[in-house]
Design a protein around this ligand. Structure first.
Ligand code: KG4
Ligand code: ZN
Length: 359
């Protein structure tokens, strides 16, 4: 054996059912042999958010299908798999349980090692799969359910430097889109609409007056609602006002995240890289802002491709490989955890995101 590992990853903590197969030889980059995601967006569209019971049932229905498809695309059978990595938290508990039970069943049936992976660790370790930055690096995890700055010190060592005290940025994008009658998911539609507007509407930049890199987004969202009401003409929002509101909101988001990233770099001590992950990292203005902050600090900036920024099982398989190499294994007592902060020493975050508990 040359130490090459082939790991099956399973993800079901929110509204995407994922299965992926990754291969890794020591000293080389990880190789994604397959990365299959079944999205539940259409199932939840009418409810304005993810309905946990619907999500859990859909995961149960899709887990075996995505796994068979991931193995098929990889051209492998289960006999070629060295271990099974599964998201065991944090997230919507019904979905996490469905994934953990499925992975346990496969592990027992095939006599394979089982690895429970923290979903947030999956996001935070993704840059190691794509660009292999050395430890420690600074990570901004920014999605519909999470927003935090982490100093990533090792595959299971994370220091949280700050995070949102209320909404996650993706949640704010989605709510702003809803308020402006734009389609969900809100991030891409707000970004598209902002293209035709100018950031000319003054909006607050909450918590910029406070030290450190904690953030707040719910006041910004409320300010957009007020500005929308002020711009109504005969009860309708003019097209240009909508575009200007989107551009102004997006500019405020990019400014807050950039300024807080600058402070996080100062707080983090020596780091090799500034990295970003999560669905909101798809936003061009936000990426550009962070890139500028990294350049000014003399750091490389790493933003994984979108398919690896949003929820996926390749990141879980990769985190599983890192854990496997550290000697970690889990037993049949592996528990599904709705909350599971990456940094056990950090003060608990406030609030609970639309897509599940913030950790
Ligand atoms: O990471 P993700 O797929 O799921 C979790 O939240 O875990 O992130 C989804 C979030 C949604 O709120 C979506 O509106 C936001 O990412 N998003 C964006 C963009 N694309 C997706 N936000 C801003 N700009 C975008 N281009
Ligand atoms: Zn996620």
């Amino acid at each position: 054996m040359d130490g090459t590992l082939t790991i099956l990853g399973i993800e079901s903590s929110c509204d995407d059912t994922g299965a992926a197969v990754l291969r890794h030889a020591p000293g080389e980059r990880g190789l994604i042999l397959s990365n299959v995601v079944a999205s539940q967006t259409a199932l939840h569209r009418d409810y304005g958010g993810v309905v946990p019971e619907i999500a859990a049932r859909a995961h149960v229905e899709k887990l075996d299908i995505v796994t068979v498809e991931a193995l098929r695309q990889a051209g492998l059978g289960l006999d070629a798999i060295d271990g099974i990595a599964v998201t065991s938290g944090p997230g919507l508990i019904g979905g996490v349980m469905a994934g953990v039970m499925f992975a346990k069943g496969l592990a027992v049936a095939r006599g394979l090692p089982l690895l429970g992976v923290n979903h947030l660790a999956g996001h935070a370790l993704t840059p190691r799969l794509t660009d292999d930055p050395g430890f420690p690096y600074l990570m901004l995890l920014v999605s519909g359910g999470h927003c935090q700055f982490l100093r990533v010190e090792g595959p299971d060592s994370f220091a949280r430097l700050g995070g949102t005290i209320d909404d996650a940025p993706g949640e704010a994008f989605d709510k702003v889109a809803q308020a402006l009658s734009l389609p969900q998911p809100g991030g891409p539609s707000v970004e598209r609409c902002a293209f035709d507007g100018a950031p000319c509407i003054p909006l607050p930049r909450p918590l910029l007056d406070r030290e450190g890199c904690d953030m707040s987004f719910s006041g910004l969202k409320t300010a957009v609602l007020r500005a929308r009401d002020a711009a109504l003409q005969d009860g309708a929002l003019p097209r240009q006002a909508r575009a200007d509101l989107c551009a102004s909101f997006q500019a405020a988001m990019a400014a807050i995240l950039s300024e807080k990233a600058r402070r996080a770099i100062a707080l983090a001590g020596p780091v090799t890289t500034l990295a970003v992950a999560g669905g909101v990292a798809a936003n061009t203005a936000i990426r550009a802002g962070l890139d500028g902050v990294a350049k000014a600090a003399g750091l490389p900036f790493v933003a994984p491709p979108l398919s690896l920024c949003t929820d996926n099982a390749a990141m879980i398989a990769w985190a599983g490989i890192e854990r496997f190499r550290m000697g970690h294994r889990d037993g049949m007592d592996l528990a599904a955890r709705p909350r599971w902060p990456l940094d056990p020493d950090a003060a608990p975050m406030l609030g609970s995101g639309r897509k599940g508990a913030k950790a």
